[in-house]
Design a protein around this ligand. Structure first.
Ligand SMILES: *[C@@H]1O[C@H](CO)[C@@H](O)[C@H](O)[C@H]1NC(C)=O
Ligand SMILES: *[C@@H]1O[C@H](CO)[C@@H](O)[C@H](O)[C@H]1NC(C)=O
Ligand SMILES: *[C@@H]1O[C@H](CO)[C@@H](O)[C@H](O)[C@H]1NC(C)=O
Ligand SMILES: *[C@@H]1O[C@H](CO)[C@@H](O)[C@H](O)[C@H]1NC(C)=O
Ligand SMILES: *[C@@H]1O[C@H](CO)[C@@H](O)[C@H](O)[C@H]1NC(C)=O
Ligand SMILES: *[C@@H]1O[C@H](CO)[C@@H](O)[C@H](O)[C@H]1NC(C)=O
Ligand SMILES: *[C@@H]1O[C@H](CO)[C@@H](O)[C@H](O)[C@H]1NC(C)=O
Ligand SMILES: *[C@@H]1O[C@H](CO)[C@@H](O)[C@H](O)[C@H]1NC(C)=O
Ligand SMILES: *[C@@H]1O[C@H](CO)[C@@H](O)[C@H](O)[C@H]1NC(C)=O
Ligand SMILES: *[C@@H]1O[C@H](CO)[C@@H](O)[C@H](O)[C@H]1NC(C)=O
Ligand SMILES: *[C@@H]1O[C@H](CO)[C@@H](O)[C@H](O)[C@H]1NC(C)=O
Ligand SMILES: *[C@@H]1O[C@H](CO)[C@@H](O)[C@H](O)[C@H]1NC(C)=O
Length: 543
């Protein structure tokens, strides 16, 4: 027994040593490059006493929904004796540094993913000399413009720059990225026209340019020459109409999401109606200055699951196929002659509150949450879960919401947010819940002692982050409104601005934490007007 054990030990050691000497290693210059790259990114936790390619402690963690910490090497070089770093994934790690020009010291790197950090500064033009295939920088604080040098990355398939502070025009040279499949530029401050040579990006499958300041028209080549197109997002891009015509057949096109176009009113393009789009799943043309009637033949797009044609000036009757459908449709805010409803928007005090028409002097709502009392003032509960396009009536107030969330990882029917998602400052309870809406949200207060909300827009492109002085901070905004027929209407509309991917994908649209309406005249005799106080935690731009 004893002898066996003693014999076993030396054998074990020899075996280990052999394995070690055979193990492929990362060249020292790449180790040094990682050291320097880590320093510049602000990645402090890499353990250099371990081989970076070992997939060991600090170099590879189990990923969670947004977090990734993963250095991947290819160790097949020189007859399995040499490793090179090929992927760097450092996502949702609160990295505070900048992007290292030194990345070029990892000549075999193909994929860099630094999504959801706080990295600032420009995208180094030096990266253009690499052999990168995929760049993901979503959700950082990058500034500067896109360097034309990046056009040398001829094998690039993904360029994800969404949600940064990038600006300037798009370099025409990017039209050379013939393998590019994903170009995500949403939520930046890009300006100028989309270069005509982008027509050559025929491998493109996903094109996202929402929430920018582009100029010019939506170019025809998008739906003509990009024959591999699957998803397009152009909400609040700055571009003008008209909606372009579509190549006779786009086999793979699934999403057409366009909103808030500038420019003149036009009718539905015939070439759009005639196109064959066998996979079309979502068609959203919101606030796109479309007029005339909705073409009956649109009904031949039988695959559509979500159809939004709201906020245009469509007239005539709603086509029968829409009335018959079980899919999700939103045709609100048009000029149809026969919708047969909209009664909910015209409710009066006596209809809303039969039993009592005593004029009220205040309405206080804890939007998205239960009843709470803050500083001796009670806010009514507003935690009805609602659903897509909802009208909900409480005591002497009601809300209506339109739209649905265009994200697969968010349920349509949850229009309240909890504190785990919202950050709150100072633990102020009103801000720990909020009501969200995918598109537009209207609160109605009834039975006030006399109200005409005259429909005036009080704020446009309101940026809560700028107003509050940072993300996660509260902002109280006061408005005055004269009330003469008992009803006050507070309308929020999402104009495609702001982020749709931070803190996570799928939270779009207006968001509000609390509403307080009160009549100061009740307390100080001479003032007639109502003070409408929006205790707003409106993360989005809205009007
Ligand atoms: C870039 O990395 C190299 C090692 O690969 C190092 O010698 C150099 O100092 C680094 N440059 C910067 C600016 O950190
Ligand atoms: C690390 O990244 C590589 C390449 O991106 C991927 O194939 C691998 O599954 C990842 N490992 C873990 C544990 O997530
Ligand atoms: C590759 O490695 C194997 C064993 O590790 C060895 O037998 C072979 O000779 C090597 N080939 C070359 C070309 O070095
Ligand atoms: C390298 O290692 C892999 C897997 O261990 C093996 O399949 C491959 O044949 C090896 N290549 C050479 C050149 O030895
Ligand atoms: C592109 O990929 C090809 C084939 O893998 C390779 O030969 C070429 O060097 C790569 N070029 C760049 C700029 O990455
Ligand atoms: C975008 O354009 C609008 C109107 O042209 C302008 O008011 C706004 O300041 C611009 N925003 C940025 C970030 O450039
Ligand atoms: C789009 O493709 C057509 C046919 O391939 C070509 O004639 C046209 O020049 C392309 N459009 C642009 C803007 O390059
Ligand atoms: C329209 O699509 C067809 C089929 O994919 C393609 O051959 C044709 O070039 C496209 N038209 C333009 C103008 O690119
Ligand atoms: C709809 O038409 C009316 C007048 O006919 C106009 O005042 C309004 O601005 C138009 N609305 C839209 C969204 O185009
Ligand atoms: C609505 O408009 C359409 C088209 O102009 C017309 O055919 C229809 O009779 C109108 N319906 C009603 C109820 O006025
Ligand atoms: C509100 O004022 C109007 C006249 O401006 C009056 O006719 C109406 O009775 C008043 N309503 C209430 C509830 O006081
Ligand atoms: C409300 O009415 C008063 C007096 O008529 C007027 O001075 C004030 O501008 C009005 N306020 C609003 C917001 O309409």
């Amino acid at each position: 027994m004893f002898i066996h054990r003693l014999l076993f030990v030396p054998v074990f050691i020899v075996c280990c040593l052999t394995t070690l000497t055979n193990e492929a290693t990362l060249p020292n210059d790449e180790v040094e490059a990682l050291r320097s790259i880590g320093k510049i990114l602000g990645k402090t936790k890499w353990n250099f006493s371990i081989d970076p390619c070992s997939r060991g402690n600090s170099w590879l963690d189990q990923p969670t929904r947004y977090y990734a910490n993963n250095i991947t090497c290819d160790c097949s070089f020189n007859n399995n004796t040499t490793c090179h770093v090929i992927h760097i994934l450092l996502t949702a790690q609160n990295l505070l540094g900048t992007l290292p020009p030194n990345l070029t010291s990892l000549p075999f790197l193909q994929k860099i993913d630094l999504t959801r950090n706080y990295l600032s500064g420009p995208i180094p033009p030096e990266w253009g000399s690499m052999r990168l295939v995929s760049i993901s920088l979503l959700g950082n604080r990058l500034t500067g413009s896109i360097s034309g040098e990046l056009a040398n990355l001829r094998n690039l398939t993904s360029l994800i720059l969404e949600n940064n502070d990038l600006f300037g025009t798009l370099p025409a040279a990017l039209g050379n990225l013939s393998k590019l499949e994903r170009l995500h530029l949403s939520s930046n401050k890009f300006t100028g026209e989309i270069p005509e040579v982008f027509a050559r990006l025929t491998s493109l499958k996903e094109f996202r340019i929402s929430n920018n300041n582009f100029t010019g028209q939506i170019l025809d080549f998008i739906f003509q020459n990009w024959t591999n197109l699957e998803h397009t997002y152009m909400e609040g891009s700055g571009l003008s109409g008209p909606i372009p015509s579509i190549n006779a057949t786009l086999e793979n096109l699934e999403y057409i999401i366009i909103s808030d176009l500038n420019g003149a009113e036009t009718s539905f393009p015939q070439l759009f109606i005639n196109a064959r789009l066998p996979k079309l799943d979502r068609l959203m043309l919101r606030n796109c200055n479309l007029i005339g009637e909705i073409p009956a033949s649109l009904g031949t797009f039988t695959t559509i699951k979500i159809l939004f044609l709201n906020r245009s000036n469509f007239t005539g009757s709603v086509p029968q196929w829409i009335l018959n459908t079980k899919e999700k449709m939103d045709l609100s805010y048009n000029n149809f002659n026969d919708t047969g409803e909209s009664s909910c928007q015209k409710r009066t005090c006596s209809q809303a509150l039969q039993e009592s028409i005593t004029p009220l002097h205040f309405v206080r709502i804890n939007c998205g949450g239960g009843e709470i009392t803050v500083n001796g003032i009670t806010y009514e509960a507003d935690n009805y879960q609602a659903g897509p396009s909802t009208f909900y009536q409480s005591t002497n107030w009601a809300f209506s919401s339109t739209g649905i969330f265009l994200s697969n990882n968010r349920p349509d029917d949850v229009l309240t947010l909890k504190s785990s998602i919202l950050s709150s400052n100072g633990g102020y309870e009103l801000y720990t819940d909020a009501r969200v809406s995918p598109s537009s949200l209207t609160y109605y207060a009834f039975c006030l002692a006399n109200a005409t909300y005259n429909g005036e827009r009080v704020k446009q492109d309101f940026n809560i982050i700028e107003a509050a002085g940072g993300a996660g901070l509260s902002r109280v905004q006061r408005f005055n409104a004269n009330v003469t027929d008992g009803t006050l209407e507070i309308h929020f509309r999402w104009a495609g601005k702001g982020t749709t991917s931070i803190p996570e994908r799928g939270i779009d649209g207006p968001l509000i934490s609390g509403i307080s309406i009160f009549n100061p005249g009740r307390f100080s005799t001479s003032i007639d007007s109502y003070c409408l106080r929006l205790i707003a935690f409106i993360r989005k731009f809205k009007e």
